[in-house]
Design a protein around this ligand. Structure first.
Ligand code: GLA
Length: 360
């Protein structure tokens, strides 16, 4: 076989934001989305370690890269990172990589994880390796975290590689144990872009939050922040105010994930909405990673009567996720879009075994 194509999905995180850094090691609850990145990997003649990368999505000539070179601050770094890691396990000849994607970039639904997981899946297919979904997620993570240098956690890569469509993935980012959780079929997951992009690789806000969480963990003398629970919150008063707020978000958000799964399992939609709403307030006031355009979308949703809406993903821009009763979806979007003319519907994703009927 000379070529192989593989694809991987984007993800939305239902709840559990910023709990997945190594310093925090908490729970997350993402779900794959019906947006995909497809990679066609082809063996070509030439020197091993040379790669030609092109994308249908960008109006630029194919990019020539060497696996031994350092990152350039270009999107192709993600591909090079994955291939370098793969090359430590299989012998790679010269390759061409063709990328095609319908994942919106900068909306906080992890276009980078979809790209990395698709590349590793394509290598697996072309070279017949036996990597399982967890190993693929970890290789994709290594590319993004260690090679590209994004200080991210492991949620996105696990959601893309291990997650299953229509189900939420409860992942403990400390042990990497995970299980699928069914979602209510009367709820539609709405994703709305606020019009301002987020960029984890370039943006300094995310990096600063990672540093603040590290400071909290070190000053509190714990292994990870998510070892702590509600009873430990008074200990945060010993920390500088900004650091205490970051830690309070992480600790309470981790507990909210577990409470949300319990509420899902007993069918308690009021409690689910409360927890999503509390997650947004905590991101806005304690983690301080929201922006006015995002808050405005969330507030519109609440005014309409849907409390379960919050900033999704890395923050400082991007999108909201809202859990909207199926029968109210059209009215909800008409209300929210009227109040926020710059916003854009990314997707509505019927949560369980249903059609993606409102997709933009
Ligand atoms: C980005 C990162 C993830 C996670 C989220 C916030 O998507 O890549 O690892 O930290 O932000 O929850």
């Amino acid at each position: 076989m000379n070529s192989f194509s593989a694809k991987a999905p984007a993800r939305a995180n239902i709840i559990g934001e910023h709990t997945d850094y190594a310093t925090n090691a908490g729970h997350v609850l993402p779900t794959p989305l019906p947006f995909h990145t497809t990679i066609k990997l082809e063996k070509v003649t030439g020197t091993a370690g040379r790669v030609t990368i092109s994308s249908e999505n960008f109006d630029e000539p194919p990019c020539q890269r060497l696996l031994m070179e350092t990152p350039r601050g270009h999107w192709t770094d993600y591909v090079v990172g994955c291939l370098r890691i793969a090359a430590t396990r299989v012998e790679l000849p010269a390759l061409t990589v063709a990328v095609k994607s319908d994942v919106p970039i900068g909306s906080g639904i992890s276009s980078s994880a979809a790209l990395c997981v698709a590349v590793v899946r394509a290598v697996k297919g072309l070279f017949g390796t036996r990597w399982n979904d967890e190993e693929i997620a970890l290789m994709a993570y290594e590319s993004e975290h260690d090679y590209v240098g994004v200080p991210c956690g492991k949620m996105d890569q696990f959601a893309s590689s291990v997650g299953r469509p229509g189900l939420a993935l409860l992942l403990d980012t400390k042990t990497l144990k995970h299980r699928n959780v069914p979602l209510p079929s009367n709820i539609v997951l709405m994703l709305v872009d606020c019009g301002k992009k987020h960029d984890l690789a370039k943006g300094s806000g995310y990096r600063q939050r990672v540093a603040e969480c590290t400071e909290a963990r070190d000053k509190l003398g714990v292994g990870t922040l998510c070892e702590l629970g509600y009873k430990d919150l008074p200990r945060l008063s010993a920390l500088p105010e900004n650091v205490a707020k970051r830690a309070r978000h992480v600790i309470t958000e981790n507990l909210r994930v577990l409470e949300f799964v319990a509420a899902l399992e007993r069918g308690d939609s009021e409690k689910q909405a409360d927890l999503i709403a509390a997650s947004h307030v905590s991101q806005r006031d304690d983690f301080e990673c929201s922006i006015p355009e995002i808050d405005a979308l969330v507030e519109s949703s609440i005014r309409f009567g849907v409390r379960g809406a919050r900033l999704v993903g890395g923050g400082f821009g991007g999108a909201i996720i809202a859990l909207v009763p199926r029968r109210k979806v059209a009215a909800w979007w008409s209300y929210v879009s009227r109040e926020n003319p710059n916003s854009k519907l990314i997707s509505t994703y019927a949560l369980k075994n249903t059609e993606n009927e409102y997709a933009a």
